[in-house]
Design a protein around this ligand. Sequence first.
Ligand SMILES: Cc1ncc(COP(=O)(O)O)c(C=O)c1O
Length: 455
Amino acid sequence: MTAAHPHDTELADRARRVIPGGVNSGQRSIPGLADLVITAADGARFTDSTGREYVDYHAAFGPPLLGHNDPDVTAAVAAAGRTLDLCGVGVTPGEIDLAEQLCELVPSLEQVLLTSTGSEATFHALRVARAATGRRLVVKFQGCYHGWHDSVSLNVISAPDRVGRHDPISTGILPEVLDATLVLPFNDIEAVRAAFTEHGADIAAVIVEPVPHNVGCLLPDTGFLQALRDETSRHGSVLVFDEVITGFRHALGGWQQLSGITPDLTTLGKAIANGYPVGALGGRADLMQLFSTTPGAPAFFAGTYNGHPAVVAAALATLRKLRTEPVHEHVFALGDRIRAGLTDVFAELNLPAVVTGYGSVFVSYLMSGPVPRTYADLLRNDVGMFIGYRRRLAEHGVFELPLNLKRSHVSYAHTADDADRLVEATRTAVRDTLAAGGIDQLAGTSTMGGADAHR
Ligand SMILES: Cc1ncc(COP(=O)(O)O)c(C=O)c1O
């Protein structure tokens, strides 16, 4: 950051002494913003320890669809705290109500289990798929992220020379586990068919973000998700839609409602509790019945904090608001307004850009068209410009995460004025970045991968 707005290095230094890297999740210590200490958040904004306020489009990677500290969600959590606590035996009325509503809303859900994170939900989806089929392999797609566990910790934001082969995002993964994951290009029906022709009898599951938002936004071609449905059904494999980002954000029934394609299992998280720690895994009852929540069933499933009353209260309050207020209309309209405004800005500045997204999600790739369909297309993104203008945006009090390919989110708390301010700030930030000739300090910003699994 500029000298005019120094971050609180003293606090950040204290953090680094006792917290590895000074933050509690990978991708929170951002080059250029390493001293950022957040002290308050409200609605569409957060404040740092120097008192500087930012309009927040990063939105914690997606949960606060209603905005930070939504008053109805906060009140529901406080009420739960006064009347109930985690007891770790039996079930609570709130868990029943939430499960009923999820099953009513999300087409694939006949039964559902709660976890505390999305990673746990995807982990259990793959475990139960292997348990049900007795098979070894899972298929994922380049550019999709499904959490931190070993079977899926590969091929997210890969360097060009790592595309087309295994690109782990972590060391310490058993090679046998990586070898059991096949990575295919998104939107490539032929690659999917070929994988099933070769390995069909050994594929337990295909897991996919129906819209790969972990690389911004790749919209699925008509027919791609249907091809996944057809191939998995034909070969007796389990189709998992990872709707941790798309669930509730794009529609109450998720992308499966919008696309009309129903997977066997669905994972949810993020927006379903507006920022409280939640995940959910649901789907076909015959698969869900394999979990050991049914005594004697074979697929072990547990979690001390699963179904925590505060989290369940947050999810129920979020759902109530999404069902009774024009949240989706609002965030979709603002998303359209931002995409239109940004498209004009890049055109005026003569900078090749593809402004894309869906509903409340937007991203501006700094590259010429057409709209990208698959990860390989995103290798054309001008990383220096992408990161460079976002770093300058932060100086204007507008926060889009300055990491390559990351998407941004609009919440119910953002206003049309906020959207217009983003567009104007982008105009200035891009112009200044162009004038400065881009940026060169990109270490740690452009890829997520490149680990050597065998170390
Ligand atoms: C699509 C998707 N699936 C799963 C996860 C993992 O969720 P969590 O970070 O809650 O473990 C994420 C997190 O970003 C995600 O984007």
